[in-house]
Design a protein around this ligand. Structure first.
Ligand code: HEC
Length: 131
């Protein structure tokens, strides 16, 4: 009897974990607000857009990337420059938003929170859709 109750509990918990991992991240509701509050000042016509050509103005400009090409590889966050820059996986000089003393860009800002970084990572891994 006791084992039966336990196995019911275990079986009932598995789909919950599954649902947690597959939460659909939305560009409009989740990703864009992070970019607006942390990148917009420099990356909609500001210093960042002037130097790199990268604008977070809308989905299309985001996917277009810099003057050298895309910074998002849909489905592959680890290969995406954007994720590497915000996720502390690049040289401190070029991490975004700039938050190190030796940053090339002006301004000392706060890095994104772990939760914000994870949200953008999941969105890219889910295909970086315009959703
Ligand atoms: C204080 C201004 C500022 C803020 C805020 C800022 N950036 Fe930047 N960003 C820059 C500048 C300046 C450059 C160009 C650096 C260079 O080319 O030397 C740049 C370059 C970039 C690039 C292009 C890198 C490349 O490979 O050429 C990306 C992508 C980028 N930023 C993403 C972001 C994101 C995402 C945010 C918000 C989380 C952000 N930036 C916030 C100033 C800023």
């Amino acid at each position: 009897m006791r084992t039966r109750v336990l196995s019911i509990v275990i079986i009932a918990t598995i789909p919950l974990f599954g649902a947690g991992c597959s939460k659909q991240v939305s560009y409009n509701n989740d990703v864009n607000p992070i970019l607006v509050s942390n990148c917009l000042t420099c990356h909609v016509g500001g210093e960042g857009t002037e130097k790199s050509g990268f604008s977070v103005q809308n989905y299309n400009s985001l996917m277009k990337g810099t003057k050298f090409g895309p910074v998002i590889v849909p489905g592959d966050s680890e290969s995406s420059t954007l994720f590497r820059l915000i996720g502390h996986k690049a040289d401190p000089k070029i991490q975004m938003p700039p938050h190190h003393d030796d940053a090339q860009a002006g301004g000392q800002l706060d890095p994104l929170t772990e939760e914000q970084i994870e949200t953008i990572k999941m969105w890219i891994d889910q295909g970086a859709k315009n959703n």
